[in-house]
Design a protein around this ligand. Sequence first.
Ligand code: PEP
Length: 249
Amino acid sequence: MARRPLIAGNWKMNGLLADGLAANLTGLMKGKPDWPFEMAVCPPFTLLQHVGKAIGDSAIALGAQNCHTKESGAHTGDISPVMLKELGCTYVILGHSERRTDHGEKDSLVKAKAMAAHKAGLKTIVCIGETEAERDAGKTLTVNQTQIKGSVPEGSSAATLVIAYEPVWAIGTGRTPTNPEIQEVHAFIRKELAAVIGSEAAGVRILYGGSMKPGNAREIMALADVDGGLIGGASLKAEDFWAIAQSCP
Ligand code: PEP
């Protein structure tokens, strides 16, 4: 099944109005609407509206980095998926390892958020990945299997779900697994996904994330079960982000 690669930028807790990153990005991409890949930027909540305006009707989609399980209510400091949808978001990143670590998010919560996001009409980028200790203990596949089973809602489809495989030890470190290791985990994830959502798994985009850069993007994205990237640090430089996108096969 043909899968259109997705290049998504996770700005994390970076970006101020003055940075002009969104404007730089759209400036680079003007007049290039027929990309064979899809692009999304996921700025912090504070910049969603601003970035949404900057990307305007370009072919770049807007995404958020988290959402609550409820549509509204007494949840001080939280943002609902309905609010994100209203702001023009197409995507929301869920279960990023930094949320799992910093906020103790468990698979069951990630799944509940994904269900709420799908109900609100958002597409989800559900993140999974093993820590270095888990990899060293030979648990890479079982950890990712558990996270897939626990975090992905049964009713998800290729149209609503994207998986990001992000080895925790590769995020922001400059280290990556070898290409055969990445392909092995991605193929395994697709197989495990089929146990949860059936034949839809064949069409789900599985992104690689963790120190992807212009220098390694081409070889990683050429792997059979890699369908794009979730990019952290390198998405903060418009030229690098665009260079990674252009590395799509
Ligand atoms: C991320 O945090 O999603 C990520 C992939 O970060 P980096 O590209 O900086 O490793």
